[in-house]
Design a protein around this ligand. Structure first.
Ligand code: DOR
Length: 383
């Protein structure tokens, strides 16, 4: 029997288009069991898993192994994303038909941009045969080699090599042209710049089949958060400037950016407890996404209906998952939230194996109380 707190909200189950669950290969950081446990606690019923595992998910075998593991674990559904190229090396394309048949919902070389225009063109053409979006981590490596953080006043002050926003804009502009040329489905992973928003807005106004996601951290933090070499704020793409954050918020509010995705990137203590230049990029997000973004709604910076849409219907339609909207006869993929509960983000409250987040210690409002997948309770208030 469920006795929801008065004023609780019942929403469709959340869908994450972009998580790194680290299995196979780096299970000390996260595995499918702990990752899906964190997802359930964050209100997610569906998690798309990026292919930068060890080995890379560039084959039917790895895709099937991940799905078998998720099936054993139970809980939220896992949807593997296959690599675009073998070993994410940016050269030979994967067998996308095999990946699709095995259960992959998209292809991406996330973490390693496909910089060759000819490989990207063929990838778009090949993926469109199987109606899969190509998800690009847009980064022109020629402009980012050795970069540690956003190129700007903070990188100059800290003496760290900067990652210019134009490195993202150049690849997004090229890829939008290739998407138009091929008619394929193209998706921008973790958009971080004002330029990306402008390019997407123009492409969408002309009816291109393109979509994009933004992370909570790019909506909430700027490069100033790096402070004095805070490795918790090291992430790819890097935290940008105030005008980028504003453009991302506006893009999400008006639908130019379709979805919110966590880019949940678990790393061990020693991966972050080191020199900034040695630290691994990324932060966890599955359990923090909803409460952090409810804060934006409360500030009036994001309409609640757009937040819900961007975490449910929009990502599920990009990954071609069943419709998440609550209606008669639909399966009960639901999340129950107490929008008034205040809590503090603490390591002991998080289910993810890794605790790397710059939001540690932050007071938030809004708590997931229960998550149901196809009518089964997969998270129940921490018990
Ligand atoms: O910061 C990041 N970490 N960005 C990525 O694109 C990859 C991710 C990871 O796998 O750690």
């Amino acid at each position: 029997v469920i006795a929801p707190p008065p004023g609780a909200w019942l929403l469709p189950g959340l869908v994450d288009l972009h998580a790194h669950l680290r299995e196979p290969g780096q299970e000390s950081k996260e595995d499918i069991r702990s990752g899906l446990g964190a997802a359930a606690a964050g209100g997610f019923t569906d998690v798309c898993a990026m292919p930068n595992t060890v080995p890379v998910n560039d084959s039917r075998m790895v895709t099937e192994a991940m799905l078998a593991r998720a099936h054993d674990v139970g809980g939220p559904r896992l949807h593997p994303i296959g690599a675009i190229t073998m070993g994410q090396r940016g050269e030979a394309l994967t067998e996308m038909g095999d990946l699709r048949e095995a259960g992959a919902v998209a292809v991406s070389d996330d973490g390693r941009c496909v910089t060759s225009s000819s490989v990207m063109r063929r990838a778009l053409e090949y993926a469109s045969v199987f109606d899969m979006p190509v998800i690009q981590h847009a980064e022109d490596h020629a402009l980012t080699e050795g970069s540690q953080m956003h190129e700007g006043s903070v990188s100059t002050k800290l003496g760290l090599r900067g990652w210019p926003r134009v490195a993202e804009d150049i690849i997004v502009a090229r890829d939008l042209m290739l998407a138009e040329y091929t008619g394929a489905r193209y998706h921008v992973a973790h958009a971080s710049t004002e330029g990306t928003v402008r390019l997407l807005r123009e492409a969408k106004s002309r009816g291109l089949r393109v979509s994009a996601e933004v992370t909570p951290h790019h909506l909430l933090l700027t490069h100033e958060a790096v402070g004095l070499y805070d490795t918790a704020c090291k992430v790819n793409p890097p935290l940008r400037e105030e005008h980028d954050v504003q453009a991302l918020r506006e893009g999400l509010a008006d639908g130019t950016i379709d979805a919110v995705a966590t880019d949940h990137a678990p790393h061990g203590i020693l991966d972050k407890h080191c020199e900034f230049a040695e630290a691994k990029p990324g932060m966890i997000g599955l359990e923090l996404c909803l409460p952090l973004l409810l804060g934006l709604v409360e500030q009036g910076a994001l309409p609640l209906n757009r937040l819900v849409e961007s975490l449910t219907h929009a990502p599920s339609s990009i990954a071609r998952l069943p419709d998440k909207r609550i209606r008669e006869g639909a399966r009960a993929d639901l999340v129950l939230i107490d929008p008034e509960e205040r809590w503090t983000i603490e390591a002991s409250r998080l289910r993810s194996k890794s605790k790397n987040t710059p939001f540690m210690g932050r007071n938030v409002k809004g708590r997931v109380k229960m998550t149901l997948v196809a009518g089964n309770i997969v998270f129940n208030g921490g018990s």
